[in-house]
Design a protein around this ligand. Structure first.
Ligand SMILES: C[S@@+](CC[C@H](N)C(=O)[O-])C[C@H]1O[C@@H](n2cnc3c(N)ncnc32)[C@H](O)[C@@H]1O
Length: 343
């Protein structure tokens, strides 16, 4: 039987992920496995192949991948110890030996029937595997061991981190709320800075389109940028006295038409139709320095989202090299795109 590759998405966007995967993998079977999971199988298809397709064909709704190596059924109200023993026995009986060191990622998909929490299972599994001689970390290892609780069973995974798309359990990035946070939108931009290995500019001058109340502007200041913040609405009072921020009380189009400035980074979190937003980013690209980066969140409606994303990416391709198109953990009905202007 072919290996199953398990893909995570947001629950609401699982069907969009499936539609795009099916278009790229016409010979694969792709079935829902949980609220936020799809199981992909085709003869000879590896997790590296799927990761390459997700990146190359720009399937933004897939957040995370793992290669299934086994399953353990949880019986009734089984205590955590019994689950750990069954999981460790299954892992030690794999045809290929476990790597001497690995990240261990444990999470639950949807509502589960266990009497223990995923973090308890992780802790006990780490103890048991460490006692057996393995080095276990939370993240940062070349190999990832996964245990995803789905309904009454645990899917076990083992694969290289490079094919996982994300080094967080199920792609669920957890960022602590920083003191002084101006808006929850901050998490979206911080997720890009903290969890991708894209070479992003640090410092220089940034343009924040649709900046109010100023969360992204605050994050950009933290990364050393001077910021031109464009929005007809107010910025948070905590930002008003910062000499590194210039608030332009305008909509984006007139600012872009009149300004002569060139920026290292242009970001756009404006609440508007993706085609309009991308149209403004095409205009904005004229204000990017060579090698400069743009980051835009495309706000999607459920109807026609796949076509809207494809059209947006095709249009952005005309002005930048798109380096990432992903529904981040902190995106809701959105996809974030990062593009770089050729040097
Ligand atoms: C989701 S909020 C941005 C939140 C911001 N990124 C933050 O972290 O605080 C969207 C903003 O886009 C602004 N906006 C919508 N249309 C705009 C336009 N045409 N030009 C400039 N800003 C616009 C709205 O006024 C609103 O403040």
């Amino acid at each position: 039987m072919a290996d199953r590759i398990i893909a995570s998405s947001a629950p609401e966007w699982r069907d969009a992920a499936r539609e795009m995967l099916a278009a790229s993998l016409p010979d694969a079977t792709i079935e829902p496995e949980g609220d936020d999971l799809l199981a992909i199988a085709a003869e000879g298809l590896s997790i590296a192949d799927v990761a390459e397709i997700v990146r190359g064909d720009r399937i933004p709704f897939v957040r995370h991948l793992f290669r299934e190596v086994g399953q353990v059924t949880l019986f009734g109200r089984q205590p955590v110890g019994g689950a750990v023993d069954a999981i460790v026995d299954t892992l030690l009986a794999l045809p290929v030996p476990l790597p001497p060191m690995a990240s261990l990622q444990v999470w639950a998909s949807g509502t589960v029937e266990t009497i223990f929490r995923p973090d308890e299972l992780r802790r006990e599994l780490e103890t048991s595997l460490s006692e057996t001689g393995f080095r276990i970390e939370r993240a940062g290892m070349p190999q990832v061991l996964s245990a995803c609780i789905v309904g009454d069973h645990v899917l076990l995974g083992l694969n290289g981190v490079a094919s996982a798309l994300s080094d967080w359990p199920g792609g669920r990035v957890r960022l602590a709320k920083p003191s002084g946070q101006v808006s929850r939108s901050e998490f979206k931009l911080e997720e890009i800075f903290r969890t991708t290995d894209l070479p992003l500019p640090h410092g220089g001058i940034a343009l924040d389109l649709g900046a109010s109340p100023g969360g992204w502007t605050r994050i950009l200041r933290g990364h050393g940028f001077e910021v031109v913040a464009v929005d007809p609405a107010d910025l948070d009072s905590r930002l008003r006295r910062d000499a590194g921020i210039r608030h332009v009380r305008s909509t984006a189009a007139p600012y872009l038409a009149e300004s002569r400035r060139a920026f290292d980074l242009i970001v756009n979190d404006m609440r508007m139709d993706p085609a309009m937003s991308v149209g403004l980013m095409v205009e904005a690209s004229r204000h990017l320095k060579p090698g400069g980066v743009m980051i835009v969140t495309l706000k999607l409606s459920r109807h026609g989202a796949v076509a809207a994303v494809r059209a947006a990416l095709a249009r952005l391709d005309t002005v930048v090299e798109v380096e990432l198109a992903r529904q981040l953990h902190h995106n809701r009905d959105e996809v974030t795109v990062v593009g770089r202007k050729p040097a």
